[in-house]
Design a protein around this ligand. Structure first.
Ligand SMILES: [Zn+2]
Length: 273
């Protein structure tokens, strides 16, 4: 239904909206910027790394009792260190220690720091201890449709899209702008996910259909390409042992750093969308 142009009247087509978005982005770019806020040299992409769970939320509990929240924090810190060591990124951790952070808070934080890429790190579990391997999730179509509807209904939309103020737009126009942005965000998320999986496969087993789609709240930023990485199954003895090993977490981080590097080598994947 959202693809039906009749919903938006005869004079409102996607091309004119895109032109309008470009004009808005241009006018925002033309605003004077204080010298102190001027970036020096090319902007570094901002990568937000999210260690799943934390605090009173342990996440899943492993075959031998390891806690997902600890595994994700150690893996996130390792990835943070390796990304920072390249000197090519501004890297942000959503949590640095064993504290609880709500799911929406993680998304808000990523948007507050103008993230260019959001990577949420998790480990899975399942009733069958023989199942093991990594997978990468991006936002499902159904979930993003629901999110678009919810966002378009929000009263305070003024900060929703970078450089585009939705506060004075009709609900229909807001909905189209959000939809366009979400499509691009989903495309970029899929590009990163499909580059990450073969890198992970060099170091760890992957489950079948390793690129998966779900409605995880942490994937719902409309303007930040986002993936959720399940690094393996803590319910599997071998995966649990691997994830407990610093050397293995380092290899997962190396794989992710390579995928991040390849992703941002495509210059169009830097903002603005
Ligand atoms: Zn988890």
């Amino acid at each position: 239904m959202r693809d039906d142009p009749r919903n938006f009247g005869p004079r409102l087509d996607r091309r004119s909206l895109l032109t309008g978005m470009a004009a808005l982005a241009f006018s925002a770019a033309a605003l004077p910027v204080p010298a102190s806020a001027m970036p020096r040299g090319p902007r570094k992409p901002t990568v937000v790394i999210d260690a799943g769970h934390g605090g009173h939320d342990p996440g899943t509990i492993g075959f031998s009792g390891s806690l997902e929240k600890d595994v994700t924090l150690m893996a996130a810190r390792e990835l943070y260190g390796q990304l920072q060591a390249t000197g090519r990124y501004r890297t942000i951790l959503t949590r640095r220690d064993d504290t609880y952070l709500g799911l929406a808070q993680r998304v808000d934080l990523a948007r507050d720091v103008n993230g260019d890429l959001f990577i949420s790190m998790h480990a899975d579990s399942i009733g069958r201890p023989d199942i093991r391997g990594a997978s990468v999730y991006t936002l499902s179509e159904v979930a993003s449709d629901a999110q678009a509807a919810a966002l378009a209904q929000k009263e305070n939309r003024s900060d929703l899209l970078a450089g585009v103020n939705l506060a004075h737009q009709s609900r229909e126009v807001s909905r189209i702008l959000i939809d366009l942005m979400q499509r691009e965000t989903k495309n970029r998320s899929a590009v990163f996910a499909s580059g990450l999986l073969p890198e992970l496969a060099r170091h760890t087993a992957l489950i079948s259909s390793s690129h998966r789609f779900a409605g995880f709240t942490v994937l719902t930023a409309p303007d930040i390409p986002s993936v959720l990485m399940e690094m393996g199954y803590l319910s599997n003895r071998q995966d649990e042992q691997l994830l407990a090993s610093a050397a293995h977490r380092s290899r997962i981080a190396q794989a992710t750093v390579r995928a991040v590097g390849r992703y941002f080598s495509q210059k169009e994947f830097l903002r603005p969308l």
